[in-house]
Design a protein around this ligand. Sequence first.
Ligand code: BGC
Length: 812
Amino acid sequence: MEQYEIEHNRVLREFGAECTVLLKSDGAFPLEKPCELALYGSGARRTVKGGTGSGEVNSRTFVTAEAGLEAAGFTVTTKPWLEHYGALWQAEKKRFLRRLKRDALKRGTLAVLSDMGAVMPEPEYQLPLEGSGEAAIYVLARISGEGSDRKPVPGDILLTKTEIRDILTLNRKYKRFLLVLNVGGVVDLSPVTEVRNILLLSQLGVETGSILADILLGKANPSGKLSTTWDSWDAASKLGSFGDRDDTRYREGIYVGYRRFGSTGQKPLFPFGFGLSYTAFTLRPGRLRREGEQILAEVRVKNTGRYPGKETVQLYVSQPWGRLDKPFQVLAAFGKTESLQPGEETTLCLSFSLRELASYDEARACWILEPGDYLLRLGNSSAARPAAVLRLDGEAIVKQVKNCLGKPDFRDWKPEAPQAQPVDGLPVLHFRAADLETETVDYELPQEIDPLVAGLDEETLCLLNIGAFKQKGAQGVVGNAANAVAGAAGETASCLRDQGVPALVMADGPAGLRLSRRYTKDETGVHPLDGSMPETVMELMPAPAALAMRLLEKRQKAEAPIYEQNCTAIPIGTALAQSWNLELARRCGDIVGDEMERFGVQLWLAPALNLHRDVRCGRNFEYFSEDPLLSGSFAAAITRGVQAHPGCGVTVKHFAANNQETNRYSSNSQVSERALRELYLRGFEIAVREGRPHALMSSYNLINGVHSSERWDLIQDVLRAEFGFAGIVMTDWILSSMYYGKHKYPAPNAARIAAAGNDLVMPGGKGDLKAMLKGLETGLVTREQLEINATRVVKMARTLATPDGEQEAGRG
Ligand code: BGC
């Protein structure tokens, strides 16, 4: 291992436990010292470090739960169980893949096109629980990824009969039993609520197993809090639709996650923001004051338990109902302490601006604060206690915008009455509506055209609006579209290289930097070896195609030298958000930025901050949370970490309302302007304002009937004019070949995309060039707009690329 890898792994191990959530604890853990352990479960040996798909990171090493525990000195007494489980899982997987391929052929398609990310539910089996030891650990794993959604079936969102039986048996048999959840999203724990110790380990990248060992031995104390509500599948929201092929109706409006639970009075199994610790804390509200529109709330936090640990304090607000209905509460601010020793006390100061609490009034296209009492609630989870009141004397319009995002064919659901009740005897801060100014937006932004771009012929101009593509041979697909850096997902055109405008190389995320671990190179460019294509894609390939690719790789491997690029898999997005520690996210960004510099990548295709609208979304693990403040703040923090490295930028994705994978290229999210603005765009606004990302990726889906990538109102009016975004916008990897079969909505078109101010069609292809040239001819897009888009790309290339315009193909 090289020094940078050792250092990156060290950082991850140091703070990993902050991303894990202790859901239940009876004090049986931590263990005093390494001992004999009965280790079971799907994730014991087949531990999952992150999900599948474009976010899969090719690291040199990965510590499984079994390996981590053994390295820490534990003796695993259940080797036969682990062997048997492994063999039966392999056999089941073979059958599963055969079935997928056969069924796809029957439907007249290929599994690699229609079943990407399909998850094999855990099998049922009967294996004796014969191990022994001072404690038993059951590691339950789940995996998912882009292309498919999760299902409420046993072995996916639900537990299998086998899992329930084995978990409950172990819980009864051992005084010290820990259920460890090596999952990226919610599983329904309702059948095993009697289990006394449950740790949501999550998927923590390269060091997953070592972090588990540290937690078991009390070398690290879990201090994460849920970034999404955990409940049983039966209690999941059925208000809106999910996973519909053509139109998904976000009927629940703004009542997503804890916003719904609070508003209906339902109590979930584990609320948003919840998490225990080996130690205990008390919170005491301190001084409350205002500085202009800013509210500052001090909180005293004391460690009253026996172990050192960190605590997260959360501040929620219940807003008054008026013309608009309001959720029971929304998260307004949060903060995390440093590690406190037993008995130690500290003061945290949480702050937010009154303006940030505004609701969107569709009738008047403005953000308003309604008169009345805003009840502040303080706690270490969303089950927080009333602490103070902000009293506003009248209505304030804090920002005037325009409605522009279309309309769904329904009205949003709303609760019948407010749930929040007034509380007497709390400190009150008074605000005058007249003191809150109304912000306005200038939608006529100045457009710049670079003289170099103005002089280009039409084809070159179009090429600058499209990702670089190979004129000959197979079209670029995820993981091999780029020519300069092996395994990068794409790059911009290099047609102006001689004029000092180098190509921008883009590589995937979000759980680290996705590159090929090994590659060869010749005068035609780089050639990725193993790991260039996600494993989940390879296994769905028809056998002849997979064989051809392997043979090609074999031939390339014979052509030494072989170069290496080892990247560090960091915790998945949800795990990062569970830390509620923005500094930790910044440090992860720093790891990624360091590797981008090392391997010559300018744009990282991450962070991903779509909301956890529904537990079934197959990509939730990549995303942070069900709450836009938490999501946006984490995206901004990781952005700061990456962009502190010269020549490195992030690409926040997928803008917007991209909350399901079913029919992802052409599903239409029907959603109200209020829900869009208060939930689905809000995180992006925070990420843009606080993180200043260099790039953003529009999403595949449509919003109210129009593809996100073709919406001028979304990209130009909202993103650039309202949010102040100054970077480049690229499409998601459209792969026109994926738009096969019949669709209700037409495929996006390169000319319409460019006309919407979406600067780059990625990864680019001959079809895109043809469509753009034709669009120019027919007036679908103007030359002026292409020049404006190309200017933004050229400026970004000059800003980010190395000064002499030369891209090194990997320094590893
Ligand atoms: C995914 C993106 C990813 C892109 C490039 C797409 O399939 O949706 O998140 O960045 O591929 O790999």
